[in-house]
Every structure is written in structure tokens, then in C-alpha cells.
Write a protein that binds this ligand. Structure first.
Ligand SMILES: N=c1c2ncn([C@@H]3O[C@H](COP(=O)(O)OP(=O)(O)OP(=O)(O)O)[C@@H](O)[C@H]3O)c2ncn1[C@@H]1O[C@H](COP(=O)(O)O)[C@@H](O)[C@H]1O
Length: 104
């Protein structure tokens, strides 16, 4: 399963009945609800990262990635565009980028 596969599943499920699909139910509640859910899952992942429970963190990280993609879908942001932004950054050290931002 790749993120592209998951984004495709989310796109397909977005038009399902809300009573039959978590994806559709969440999207029907709007971008703010999708963002709230993503935030909750992110916090759960943070907690497991701090605790150091690898299995629990793996589980929560899966929730984070799924809910990130649902949140992007709720605002019609394509995963391809996010990946293109990451590609644009490739080869530039995060530290060098941060230093350049602070100068400007
Ligand atoms: N990957 C996921 C996925 N990850 C998490 N979730 C759901 O996200 C919800 C999280 O909600 P909650 O935080 O309330 O659940 P919870 O964390 O168990 O609850 P608490 O203990 O925190 O209260 C649960 O209902 C999970 O089932 C997901 N729902 C769907 N998918 C994918 O999307 C596909 C389509 O699913 P539907 O849209 O439901 O058909 C599935 O086949 C999967 O591939």
C-alpha cells in the first residue's frame, strides 16, 4: 500500500454513503472537522512517540497518514502537489533552508 493507493481509496470512498463509510462521513462534516480529526490523531501519535511504544506509534502513525489525506481531500489539495513540494526541497538541507529564512 502506497500513499497514492490510499489517496485513491479516499477519492473513491468520498462519494459513498456517509452511513457506510468513515471517509465519507468525515468529509461530509467539512474541512474543519477533518482538520480537527487529523489534529487528534497527530496528538495520539505524539503521545506514543514520547512513551516509546513502537507498536502503538506504528498504529497511530497509520491513523495520522490516513487522516492527513482525508484533510487534504477536504480542501482539494492533491497528494501529487504535496509530493512535488517535497521533491522541490530535495537536496536542500533543512538546516540551510531554515538559516536562509531567518536571514530574509
Ligand atoms: N485507513 C483507514 C483508516 N484508518 C483509520 N480509520 C478510521 O478512523 C476512525 C478513527 O476514529 P476514532 O479516533 O474515533 O477511533 P479510535 O481512534 O478507534 O477511537 P478512540 O479510541 O480514539 O475514541 C476509526 O473509525 C477508524 O476505523 C480508517 N478508515 C478507513 N481507512 C481506509 O479507508 C478505506 C475506506 O474506509 P471507509 O471510508 O470507512 O469505507 C478502508 O478500507 C481503509 O483502507
Amino acid at each position: 500500500m502506497t500513499l497514492d493507493d490510499l489517496a485513491a481509496v479516499i477519492a473513491t470512498r468520498s462519494t459513498a454513503e456517509a452511513s457506510e463509510s468513515w471517509t465519507a462521513k468525515l468529509l461530509a462534516q467539512g474541512p474543519a472537522k477533518c482538520a480537527e480529526k487529523f489534529g487528534e490523531e497527530a496528538v495520539e501519535a505524539v503521545i506514543e512517540a514520547v512513551r516509546g511504544d513502537k507498536a502503538a506509534l506504528t498504529n497511530e502513525a497509520a491513523d495520522v497518514l490516513f487522516h492527513l489525506l482525508v484533510m487534504l481531500k477536504s480542501r482539494d489539495v492533491a497528494l501529487d502537489d504535496v509530493m512535488a513540494e517535497l521533491a522541490r526541497r530535495q537536496g536542500t538541507s533543512g538546516l540551510a533552508e531554515k538559516a536562509a529564512r531567518k536571514k530574509g
